[in-house]
Design a protein around this ligand. Structure first.
Ligand SMILES: NC(=O)c1ccc[n+]([C@@H]2O[C@H](COP(=O)([O-])OP(=O)(O)OC[C@H]3O[C@@H](n4cnc5c(N)ncnc54)[C@H](O)[C@@H]3O)[C@@H](O)[C@H]2O)c1
Length: 257
C-alpha cells in the first residue's frame, strides 16, 4: 500500500505501546524502516513489534521510562546496538493518566504539574540527549516530537499539559537551530483530538464529548492515529529533509494557523 520511502532506515519510536506511537511503528515499518518500539508499557510495544514482524516487517521492543535518565540511555543504547546506528527518532511519549486532574492554575495539584513536565518535557530532553550523538555519528538524521494543538489553542483547562507541549515546541526549535548545520532536522507534529483504539476501549469518552470534538472540525470525521503517523513518516523520510524547526498541526482544520 505504501512505497519504500524509509527502506532500511533505522528509527526509534519512543512512546509506541499504544495510540499514535503504535500507529507510527506500523507505518514506518510498512515504508521499509527497521523500527525499535520503546515504551514504559513494554508489553504494548512488544505486541506492536510482533504484529509488524508477522506482516514481514522489521521491529523489536525495548523498555524505556522517560522519568529515568539511566533507563532512557539504556533503551537508546540497546536500540542502536541492534539497529547498527540510528537515522531517526519519533519522540512521542506523554503521561496522560492525570490529564483529567489537570484542572486550572489555581486548583491543579502540583504533583500533576510536575509529573506532566517531567515526562512530556524533561523526558524529551533526555531522549534528545540520548539519540542525538547517534544521529550525528551517521552524518545527520531526523527527530520528530509529538506536540499538541493545546500548545497554541488557549484552553481554560489543562495548564500543565499545554505548558509542556508549548515548551516542547520551543525546545524543538532549539534543537533544529543548534544542530541543523550538522544535518539534523527537528520538527513537531501537533495533533488535534485523535481518537485512538485505547481511548475507544476505555469507555470513558461520552458521545457528547465526541460530538463536541466533531463540531470543531470542518471535516467529516475525527482524527485517527494513522493521520499523525503519516506526517511523522514524511518528516522522517527524505521528503522531509528540507523541513526544519516547524510545528505541523494535524487536526482536520480544527485549529488553523
Ligand atoms: N490522542 C490525542 O487526541 C492527542 C492530541 C494531541 C496530542 N497527543 C499527543 O500524542 C502523543 C501520543 O498520545 P496518544 O493519544 O497516542 O496516547 P497514548 O497514551 O496511547 O500514548 C502515549 C504513550 O506514552 C507512553 N508513556 C507514558 N509515560 C511514559 C514514560 N514515563 N516513559 C515512556 N513511555 C511513556 C504510554 O505508555 C503510551 O504508550 C502524546 O504525546 C500526546 O500528548 C495526542
Amino acid at each position: 500500500m505504501y512505497g519504500n520511502r524509509l527502506q532500511d532506515k533505522a528509527i526509534i519510536v519512543i512512546g509506541s505501546g499504544s495510540g499514535i506511537g503504535a500507529a507510527t511503528v506500523r507505518r514506518l515499518a510498512a515504508e521499509g524502516a527497521r523500527v525499535c518500539a520503546a515504551d514504559i508499557n513494554e508489553a504494548g510495544a512488544k505486541a506492536v513489534a510482533d504484529e509488524v514482524v508477522a506482516m514481514g516487517g522489521e521491529a523489536f521492543a525495548v523498555y524505556i521510562d522517560l522519568a529515568d535518565e539511566e533507563s532512557v540511555n539504556a533503551a537508546v543504547a540497546a536500540a542502536v546496538e541492534r539497529l547498527g546506528g540510528l537515522d531517526g527518532a519519533h519522540i512521542n511519549a506523554a503521561d496522560l493518566r492525570a490529564i483529567m486532574q489537570d484542572s486550572d492554575a489555581l486548583d491543579v495539584d502540583l504533583a500533576v504539574f510536575d509529573r506532566t513536565l517531567a515526562i512530556n518535557l524533561r523526558g524529551h530532553l533526555l531522549c534528545t540527549r540520548a539519540v542525538l550523538p547517534h544521529l550525528l555519528a551517521g552524518g545527520g538524521g531526523a527527530i520528530v516530537y509529538t506536540s499538541s494543538g493545546s500548545a497554541d489553542s488557549g484552553e481554560p483547562v489543562r495548564p500543565s499539559y499545554g505548558t509542556s507541549k508549548s515548551g516542547l515546541n520551543a525546545f524543538m526549535r532549539h534543537v533544529a537551530s543548534r544542530w541543523g548545520r550538522e544535518g539534523i532536522t527537528a520538527n513537531c507534529v501537533a495533533p488535534g483530538f485523535t481518537l485512538t483504539p485505547e481511548m475507544q476501549q476505555s469507555g470513558q469518552l461520552s458521545q457528547q464529548l465526541l460530538d463536541g470534538m466533531m463540531s470543531r472540525i470542518p471535516g467529516r470525521r475525527l482524527g485517527r492515529p494513522e493521520d499523525i503517523a503519516g506526517v511523522a513518516a514524511m518528516l522522517l523520510s527524505e521528503d522531509g529533509r528540507w523541513i526544519n524547526g516547524q510545528v505541523y498541526n494535524v487536526n482536520g482544520g480544527a485549529l488553523m494557523r
